[in-house]
Design a protein around this ligand. Sequence first.
Ligand SMILES: CC(C)(COP(=O)(O)OP(=O)(O)OC[C@H]1O[C@@H](n2cnc3c(N)ncnc32)[C@H](O)[C@@H]1OP(=O)(O)O)[C@@H](O)C(=O)NCCC(=O)NCCS
Length: 381
Amino acid sequence: MSATAAYPNYSPGLQGVVAGITTISQIDVESSSLTYRGYNVHELAEHGCFEETAFLLLKGHLPTAAELDAYKKQLAADRHVPHHVWEALRQCHSEMHPMDRLKVGYSVLAALDPEYKVPATDGEANRRKADRIVAKAATLVAGSWRIANGHNPIDPDAALGTAANFLYMLDGNRPDEFMERAMDTSLTLYAEHTFNASTFACRVCVATLSDLYSGIVTGIGTLKGPLHGGANEEAMHMLISIGSADKAEAWTRNALANKEKIMGFGHREYRKSDSRAGIMGKLGKELGRMKGNTTWGDIAEVMEKVMWDEKQLFPNVDFPAAYAYYLMGIPIPLYTPIFVIARTTGWCTHMIEQLDNNRLIRPSCIYEGPAPREYVAIGSR
Ligand SMILES: CC(C)(COP(=O)(O)OP(=O)(O)OC[C@H]1O[C@@H](n2cnc3c(N)ncnc32)[C@H](O)[C@@H]1OP(=O)(O)O)[C@@H](O)C(=O)NCCC(=O)NCCS
């Protein structure tokens, strides 16, 4: 008998289990749409900027022009990362993945936060901490990458927003308008996604009354896995190993026949499509045309058709994000860290929501181990 038949109350992977109430975002499975605080992510990505989405998530309403201006100035003022963090990152092993470096960075940042010792039950302090966590993310990703590659971090430019600053802090070049827009759009799409694994992990962490920084480190560790955020890096490695559109169909059919998981496809919640993938795919293909390299978009089209025909599986946002970032010249190990830059907004908002109305998260489990038995002293075993 299968586990689910034997235990009707057990849902493997917590599929379909309602684990909380939220006012932050909603997935509509029927229409495959995603809204942040009621606004469709399509509209936010098309008409707004990442900072507007960050404000919307964290403060609960769309900012006025004055509020957005003030928020951008506040982010600019908070972007600086203290030298203690860079010193800690210089001690890391050269092979350490950028996601693991980020865990080090935020762990060191925690104690440098001016409200480090303020208890997690202080909602106002949590809101101020969240702003600082979000502001420093791009600086931390770019600076830790530069350190890992033997360079000094580049200071943020107060005149640039999050997307442009990130690209600037990577190599010192200010991006053109299209590059900035593409990065900004991906950050908006990656910002929030209901009770996904890393967000839930963040909520579990702070529900013990641990602090927001610990929650962020938990979130980063959870996002790193290839079934979650790590899929964007794996998807690019896969595209590179396929190499050209004429090989894509045979490669995909072979992988499916071998029961392999194809990275960047499928989703726990959506059934027909991931609307974010449509927006990102359009951008990725446009980038390909601009750069005179449509290889990745061409491979993607073939794979998407085979995956749908064979398994009714569709690309999730990680698939087009992978080749869009590749065309932007971003090193592959930074794809999941970019996801972190965006998702610090969703994570912090969820942790604040959890702490504002907290109850320890502690599910039950089914025991299938040995029945109670006598302890045998070590000399008699
Ligand atoms: C996202 C994901 C983890 C959701 O997993 P889930 O809800 O637990 O679904 P399952 O892994 O149980 O998959 C259900 C079925 O679809 C298949 N499937 C799901 N995603 C697949 C993929 N990417 N490639 C091939 N088959 C896939 C499974 O093999 C399984 O088939 P079966 O019933 O014949 O055994 C899964 O789709 C996946 O691993 N995708 C690839 C990683 C990825 O892109 N992650 C980013 C998510 S945003």
